[in-house]
Design a protein around this ligand. Structure first.
Ligand SMILES: NC(=O)c1ccc[n+]([C@@H]2O[C@H](COP(=O)([O-])OP(=O)(O)OC[C@H]3O[C@@H](n4cnc5c(N)ncnc54)[C@H](OP(=O)(O)O)[C@@H]3O)[C@@H](O)[C@H]2O)c1
Length: 224
């Protein structure tokens, strides 16, 4: 049987590389993608792309497909944020807003589209798409982070839509959001190991769990 393939878009030193390591240790071929294209293992396929242009997502998938085949597990981990003054959220240039929305939403849309296209050709394997989220889809607006908030709210909406559209085919989609045990956001220090454990569990489970997957380190899924 051909090796399963995991593709991580937005793979940097924290969550991305830990997720890559976890899947590689469990027999997956791993492709990682970022603007630098840097990999931490010669075994990984490293791809350069800048998600401010959603077309680069299409060509990144093409590279994985032509090198190895279609990935059964896809993780979208990139995010973009131009901070705004909290008392003047609409002062950032429209071009900056557009850039962030391309990374947070449009390229995610393209990644889901390419993933589903590939899954139609995959016979077996548990097919799982995970976007790394945060609390902003449910927390209400934080004006300084308006582009990230719009992005995460839209990302959750896309995942909900994907589950409703393709869930009956056994395709699984998640908006994963690590929280502190109190339910508060983990801030700027997400736990990469906890993400890698949770993402691997979600990929291995043949059943769709709650798509808005809030989890706590050492505890797992927790409904807040
Ligand atoms: N649950 C929470 O409360 C919480 C807290 C913090 C963060 N997060 C989420 O965690 C994710 C990031 O985690 P992390 O920083 O630990 O991950 P990471 O894997 O260490 O880094 C993400 C990588 O994405 C790449 N990237 C950024 N912009 C890109 C672009 N335009 N095109 C292509 N690649 C791009 C960057 O690499 P290059 O520079 O090489 O492109 C970056 O290193 C985000 O989705 C963020 O919103 C959640």
């Amino acid at each position: 049987m051909a090796a399963k393939i995991a593709f991580i878009l937005g793979a940097g030193p924290n969550i991305g590389q830990h997720v890559a390591k976890k899947f590689a240790a469990n027999g997956y071929k791993v492709a990682v993608c970022s603007r630098s294209g840097v990999t931490t293992s010669d075994d990984y396929l490293g791809i350069k792309a800048d998600f401010t242009d959603p077309l680069t997502v299409t060509s990144a998938f093409k590279q994985v497909r032509e090198s190895w085949g279609d990935p059964s597990v896809v993780v979208y981990n990139a995010a973009a944020l131009h901070f705004a003054p909290a008392n003047d959220a609409f002062s950032i240039p429209a071009t900056a807003f557009q850039e962030d929305i391309n990374v947070n939403v449009s390229s995610l849309y393209t990644a889901i589209q390419e993933t589903v296209k590939g899954w139609k050709n995959l016979k077996s394997s548990s097919k799982t798409f995970i976007v790394t989220g945060n609390v902003l889809n449910v927390a209400g607006a934080m004006p300084a982070m308006i582009t990230l908030g719009v992005g995460k709210a839209a990302a959750a909406h896309l995942i909900d839509g994907a589950v409703k559209s393709y869930g009956s085919q056994g395709y699984k989609f998640y908006y994963a959001d690590e929280r502190n045990p109190s339910g508060a956001p983990v801030g700027s220090s997400p736990d990469a190991k906890a993400h890698s454990e949770v993402y691997f569990q979600l990929a291995e489970d043949p059943e769709q769990r709650p798509w808005d997957y809030t989890f706590v380190k050492f505890k797992g899924f927790t409904k807040f």
